[in-house]
Ligand binder design. Structure first.
Ligand SMILES: Cn1cc(C(=O)NCCN)ccc1=O
Length: 115
């Protein structure tokens, strides 16, 4: 509880936690579909179906250029990756399974770092 409040209050600390977590997400073996923006020229329908694309490299760029005011705005973008993946991919598909695996990993690590 105290750690969570601390991380929430001082945004720099909160954002340091975000950097740690983003590095772990990018290093995960199931991160491959989410490392860079989906190439909508190579993936028919993607641009039409997914209104707000997001990926780990975009989140990293936003972190580096100070576009997240706090850890909550960071969480919104991470969850957008998983929501887009569930919307566009069957649960029983390579990418669908990777998305579920990454979401489970993220939720667990976030809880450990902030609770
Ligand atoms: C997240 N996502 C990724 C792809 C993809 O093809 N990624 C490139 C992998 N090299 C397609 C649909 C999708 O929802």
């Amino acid at each position: 509880e105290k750690k969570a409040r601390l991380a929430q209050d001082s945004t720099t600390k909160g954002l340091a936690t975000c950097r740690v977590l983003l590095a772990e997400l990018e290093a995960h073996q199931d991160a491959w579909p989410f490392l860079t923006p989906v190439n909508h020229k190579a993936v028919p329908g993607y641009r039409k179906v997914i209104k707000k694309p997001m990926d780990f490299s975009t989140i990293r760029e936003k972190l580096i250029t100070n576009q997240y005011s706090n850890w909550e705005t960071f969480i919104v973008d991470v969850n957008l990756i998983f929501e887009n993946c569930e919307r566009f991919n069957e649960d029983d598909s390579e990418i669908g399974r990777a998305g579920h695996s990454m979401r489970i990993f993220f939720d667990k690590r976030w809880a450990e770092l902030l609770m």
